[in-house]
Design a protein around this ligand. Structure first.
Ligand SMILES: *[C@@H]1O[C@H](CO)[C@@H](O)[C@H](O)[C@H]1NC(C)=O
Ligand SMILES: *[C@@H]1O[C@H](CO)[C@@H](O)[C@H](O)[C@H]1NC(C)=O
Ligand SMILES: *[C@@H]1O[C@H](CO)[C@@H](O)[C@H](O)[C@H]1NC(C)=O
Ligand SMILES: *[C@@H]1O[C@H](CO)[C@@H](O)[C@H](O)[C@H]1NC(C)=O
Ligand SMILES: *[C@@H]1O[C@H](CO)[C@@H](O)[C@H](O)[C@H]1NC(C)=O
Ligand SMILES: *[C@@H]1O[C@H](CO)[C@@H](O)[C@H](O)[C@H]1NC(C)=O
Length: 495
């Protein structure tokens, strides 16, 4: 929009000797140099640690044979490893909000027999054990129907292992069902290879008793339902299920979960502390690790970069194969928070404007170019475009306001988090003393950045939505020659 002649004129008018050239002029002067931006430090997916940890983690289990009564609610999802360290910690409330009831309802024809039982048999010892119940042992048909029904009604159940357990006094004498037909539910499908010689391993109820627990007719049924679950609140499904995991920059670490729990993974992403160079977790990749054909663990890999399927290239290592890989991106309500949709005509490396896709810059009364969007890579935190507060030509000391369009439906009364990177190094330590940014939410100051001279730093502020499409965000600041650069602005649902 601004001609080179105008730039030269402005240079003659307003650059005083002790000030550095203002951003508009410096970019105009240097853009011909084709300056290379140093890429933001970023980490690649640490596949080695993921595989090494998968080697040692043991998440298999089955129904207890002790006094644990049947029909217990399934335990909350557990993190079994975090960033390569074996841990055991609950994730509270996972799955409680976003799984609509009735979604994926199945009837009995929606199951297939995976394996049948034998007179001398064993129970499955596998991953993602959910809970068990006792079903009627008057007839196998009746018991099977009751078991599949129990699975259908249990959130996350995709597989049941049905077997008779003999010589367990709790089944024979204690529990009111008075049935030895055990129906064990899992959140993953298992095969006959996962039957374990379990009566030899289990502690025998009474060491002095001659009889011990034995298993008969252990069969497995898998759900055929293909209904895709709703994504966790605040996220959208980007791809999947496919048999390849992301291998990409912007990696923030991983957790192993004891079951394939997308909501738990979202919660870990939300709670993960921001990367100082790349900001908050904006994406996760959840996948199932299968080793020698047996499910082993469920990986939740977190990323500061909003990835897609293009980097999903890791299909496994050695005996470990990747399956059920899905990518979920955190939904930002700022359409182009990185300003990257703003580019120059004819592929020029420098231009700026007070209007950009999804952004409007407003000058103070009596000021001009106080809030602008620059396409000029050396100024940007990431990519090649960036927002600038403070008169681009250094002509006036007034603050400018950058206003993004807030997109999508915000939920009334819910908390959101505004995140961005800020830099105020442009004019040097002395002149940047009065740099500032005020964050306005619905017309009121929700937070401020008053740090004087400061390199690119991550900030976040919590705001509350009124909803109804009425919420507004504005970033006001700059006091040339104190300049405030803003990049990578996100507005996420806060949890
Ligand atoms: C390249 O940048 C330097 C300052 O870094 C400047 O002196 C020089 O004039 C620039 N060259 C061109 C062609 O703009
Ligand atoms: C894993 O744990 C289960 C249950 O505690 C046990 O039965 C099984 O032997 C263990 N597997 C390995 C490979 O350690
Ligand atoms: C998880 O929470 C349950 C119930 O609060 C508790 O019984 C269990 O011990 C916890 N497990 C872990 C690994 O913290
Ligand atoms: C059903 O289970 C109970 C409890 O273990 C047992 O006493 C009974 O004999 C079983 N009935 C049949 C028909 O197997
Ligand atoms: C078997 O052991 C239990 C305790 O372990 C004991 O109470 C019981 O008396 C023992 N029965 C016999 C027959 O020794
Ligand atoms: C949003 O604004 C519209 C008018 O533009 C108004 O009718 C509506 O009540 C407002 N909603 C909220 C939640 O303030």
């Amino acid at each position: 929009m601004l001609s080179p002649r105008f730039l030269v004129l402005a240079a003659a008018l307003c650059v005083s000797a002790q000030y550095p050239p203002p951003p508009a002029l410096k970019a105009a002067q240097e853009s011909a140099n084709n300056t290379l931006n140093i890429p933001t430090e970023s980490t690649l997916t640490d596949t080695t640690t993921i595989v090494d940890t998968a080697r040692v983690v043991n998440q298999t289990g089955g129904a207890p044979t002790d006094d644990t009564p049947p029909g217990q609610p399934q335990a909350s999802t557990i993190v079994t490893a975090l960033d390569g360290v074996i841990v055991l910690s609950n994730i509270s409330d996972s799955n409680s909000i976003d799984v609509p009831h009735g979604a994926g309802r199945r009837d009995l024809s929606d199951y297939e027999l995976v394996f049948d039982g034998t007179p001398n048999d064993a129970a499955i010892i596998g991953t993602a054990y959910l809970t068990y119940t006792l079903v009627s042992n008057s007839s196998r048909e009746q018991g099977t129907a009751e078991c599949l029904d129990f699975c259908t009604k249990t959130d996350g159940c995709v597989f049941c292992n049905l077997y008779y357990e003999l010589n367990n006094p709790f089944l024979d004498f204690v529990f009111p069902q008075k049935s030895n037909l055990k129906c064990v539910l899992y959140g993953d499908v298992h095969t006959a290879e996962e039957k374990t010689d379990y009566w030899n391993l289990q502690l025998i109820a009474q060491p002095n008793e001659t009889t011990s627990i034995s298993i008969q007719y252990s069969s497995g049924y898998a759900s055929l339902a293909t209904t895709e679950r709703a994504p966790p609140e605040g996220y959208e499904l980007v791809f999947g299920p496919i048999s390849a995991a992301n291998n990409a920059l912007g990696y923030m670490g991983f957790a192993f979960l004891d079951k394939y729990d997308v909501s738990a993974c979202a919660q870990l992403c939300n709670l993960r502390g921001p990367d100082p160079a790349a900001g908050a977790c904006k994406y996760f990749n959840i996948w199932r690790a299968v080793v020698h054909g047996k499910p082993k663990t469920y990986t939740c890999a977190m990323y500061s970069a909003p990835l897609d399927a293009s980097t999903a290239t890791n299909t496994g290592q050695g005996p470990l194969s990747v399956s059920l890989s899905r990518g979920y991106r955190r939904i930002s309500h700022i359409a182009d928070g990185g300003f990257e949709d703003y580019t120059c005509q004819n592929d020029a490396s420098f231009c700026f404007d007070d209007k950009a896709p999804g952004w409007v810059g407003t000058a103070s009364v009596g000021g001009q170019d106080d809030a602008t969007v620059f396409h000029y890579q050396p100024y940007a935190h990431s990519g090649a475009s960036v927002g600038l507060l403070g008169c681009a030509f250094g002509r006036d000391p007034y603050a400018g306001t950058l206003t993004p369009a807030v997109s999508g439906k915000l939920l009334h009364g819910r908390k959101y988090v505004v995140q961005f990177f800020h830099s105020s190094t442009y004019s040097g330590e002395e002149l940047e003393v009065s740099s500032f940014v005020d964050v306005y939410w619905n017309g009121e100051v929700a937070g401020s950045v008053r740090v004087g001279y400061s390199p690119w730093t991550y900030y976040e502020f919590i705001v509350e939505a009124t909803g109804g499409g009425n919420d507004t965000l504005a970033l006001r600041g700059g006091k040339a020659p104190a300049y405030d650069f803003i990049d990578d602005v996100y507005l996420f649902l806060h949890k």
